[in-house]
Design a protein around this ligand. Structure first.
Ligand code: GDP
Length: 303
């Protein structure tokens, strides 16, 4: 997993290792560093910004030219990324749900993302995970646009023994979410998972629809679902949703495939929001907590 991104970090180290550090050489190393990052699916703007940060700290510091430059670069990079991941923080969903339940109210999670990213599957995986933590779960079929979306969610939920609140196709998704809240309250459920529509991310109506669900339902958590295989697109989608709707954390699906890792790094660095889970397959148990320390450690060790 993430082999391409590890290679990118290795190539930075090699580029710097093989040269004596002058400003010009540093520029060159950082330029090739940016290209390697971009090839590893780190967004262009993120790569440039990271390079700027690393350069600013290096040119400001007194670097012994005989020093191990791969270590110097590695440490700066580690510091910059470590700070970004630390700022994004971590989320204890189960803990948060239990805390909210003390007030007698269900905890609601709105799933956001573009069609095909694995949103509905992730709703099912999260339901499965929460059930295994002895929490009761209800789902709301908030994608009232895509033909088959309600049946797809219902099929997953039936297999997991979870109730789905739904209306007809074309219904207002915010009303479906509100119904879900009412049902979850009436049945003393711990948590409500709300699926949502995900047609083209550039569709202004979609952003308005999502913003309306947020206004009406006031979810406790907005979970953005991104397909790690789409690399740069996943990052642009994250930026768009973050700007127009806002989200509190992300899930990166399809991390079981040959994923370069840049999407995880870029989403955290550019939105400041944490990645909570990685989707690592099509089964309900194929959802693993994202360990940022391990992720960064393995990248930087590779360098
Ligand atoms: P949605 O349109 O965003 O709701 O996407 P779906 O949940 O229907 O998922 C689209 C496809 O991606 C389905 O075939 C899923 O089985 C598959 N999928 C979802 N998550 C993962 C994952 O983590 N790994 C793999 N390999 N496939 C996944």
């Amino acid at each position: 997993m993430f082999d391409r991104l590890k290679q990118a970090f290795q190539s930075i180290a090699t580029a710097v290792k093989q040269k004596e550090l002058t400003d010009e050489e540093l520029d060159k190393a950082l330029f090739s560093f940016q290209i390697s990052l971009t090839e590893s699916d780190v967004g262009q703007r993120v790569a440039e910004s990271l390079a700027r940060e690393v350069q600013a700290s290096l040119s400001g510091a007194k670097v012994d030219r005989s020093a191990d430059l791969s270590e110097v670069v590695g440490e700066k990079l580690s510091a910059v990324l470590g700070e970004a991941f630390a700022k994004a923080g971590t989320v204890d969903l189960v803990g948060n749900i239990k805390e909210k339940r003390k007030s007698g109210e269900p905890y609601s999670i709105l799933f956001l993302g573009i069609n095909g990213t694995g949103k509905t599957t992730t709703v099912a995986k999260v339901a499965n995970r929460l059930k295994k933590s002895d929490l009761s779960v209800v789902c709301a079929a908030g994608d009232t646009h895509r033909p088959g979306a309600i049946e797809q969610l219902t099929e997953h939920a039936d297999r997991l023994g979870v109730k789905v609140v739904s209306q007809r196709y074309g219904a207002d998704p915010a009303a479906v979410g509100r119904d879900g809240i009412l049902y979850a309250k009436a049945h003393h459920s711990d948590c409500l998972l709300i699926d949502s529509a995900g047609r083209m991310q550039t569709n202004q109506n979609l952003m308005e629809e999502m913003a309306k669900i947020v206004r009406v339902v006031k979810p406790d958590f907005r979970l953005f679902v991104a397909d790690a295989l789409t690399g740069n697109d996943a990052v642009s989608q994250a930026e768009l949703f973050n700007e127009h709707v806002g989200f509190d954390g992300a899930v990166l699906t399809k991390a079981d495939a040959d994923v370069r890792g840049g999407a995880a790094l870029s989403i955290v660095y550019s939105t400041g929001k944490p990645v909570l889970f990685l989707g690592v397959g099509q089964g309900y148990d194929d959802l693993v907590p994202f360990d940022s320390a391990k992720f960064l450690g393995s990248l930087l060790k590779a360098a």
